[in-house]
Design a protein around this ligand. Structure first.
Ligand code: G1P
Length: 276
């Protein structure tokens, strides 16, 4: 069973400035819960109970969110508002939270490498909380992936089809079809131009990685945008052993963009208040 889930959360969230000047983008709420809360719930559903955060400057709100706020709790104790804290209290009881900082923005690969002391020598999940994934009809995406991992015991990357003219926003994978959900990866490119790839299968912010990835990242040179890319490290790994792409079931909202964030908010609002 995979116990730990890494949450790279050091990025600036510039698309949401000025809001993200003093607020981590992972703390932006969809209705009443911040994005990070949904990510932790998803990991917990997959039986991962140790949440390892990679934070950076200006991200202390994340640590405070998963801690007791004595003044607030004292104020609302015994009142009708107290139940509003039930969900976060439940998460806090069930999980352990650990933290490491990335002090230079050197890319997602580097952020994941900063998690090495928190993760140790075990397979682990990775959730990018600004990709909000929901599956009303069944298991959440991380749990779906944990099940695939149990069977294949190799790194698993969540993918979905995107319009061809949007491939340059994502890491794109190519490979051999194993079945309707799984592809054995033979190539992956971070944010390619449409003419550089034959596929439109985009990486979404959910990974199950094995600990040998840390050494590979250490030897991965900066790639796209001068950053150390997890996509490049996984490509190296896929040359020596199997790396699988998994077409997950469910919806994904790109909450790192204003459009996706508003879509997610509308979707959740309808679900909660209009029973759609
Ligand atoms: C990261 C990954 C990219 C992936 C994307 C999913 O990019 O590098 O491969 O497709 O997350 O959201 P970012 O969006 O952080 O630039």
């Amino acid at each position: 069973m995979i116990q730990k889930c890494l949450f790279p959360a050091a990025g600036y969230g510039t698309r949401f400035l000025p809001a993200t000047k003093a607020l981590p983008k992972e703390m932006l709420p969809i209705l009443t819960k911040p994005l990070i809360h949904y990510g932790v719930e998803e990991a917990l559903e997959a039986k991962m109970d140790t949440m390892a955060f990679i934070t950076g400057r200006g991200k202390r709100a994340l640590e405070d969110y998963f801690d007791i706020s004595y003044e607030l709790e004292h104020q609302i104790e015994g009142s009708s508002k107290e139940s509003l804290l039930d969900e976060i209290r439940e998460l806090m009881e069930k999980c352990t939270f650990t933290y490491a900082r990335q002090n230079k923005m050197l890319g997602l690969g580097d952020a994941i490498l900063k998690g090495k002391p928190l993760v140790g020598d075990e397979p682990f999940g990775v959730i990018l909380a600004d990709d909000l994934c929901l599956n009303e009809d069944g298991f959440g995406v991380m749990k779906q992936m944990a099940r695939v991992y149990e069977k294949y015991r190799c790194p698993i990357i969540a993918v979905m089809e995107v319009p061809k003219d949007e491939v340059s926003k994502y890491g794109i994978i190519e490979g051999d079809v194993i079945n309707s959900d799984l592809i054995s990866i033979s190539n992956m490119i971070e944010k390619p131009q449409p003419n550089e790839v034959s596929s439109n299968l985009a990486i979404i912010g959910r990974y199950i990685l094995t600990p040998d990835i840390f050494d590979i990242i250490e030897n991965t040179k900066p790639g796209k945008n001068g950053e150390v890319q997890i996509t490049d490290a996984l490509l190296t790994q896929s040359k020596n052993s199997m790396v699988l792409a998994y077409k997950f079931k469910g919806l994904r909202f790109d909450c790192g963009s204003i459009d996706g964030y508003v879509e997610a908010t509308n979707y959740m609002y309808k679900k909660k208040f209009e029973n759609v």
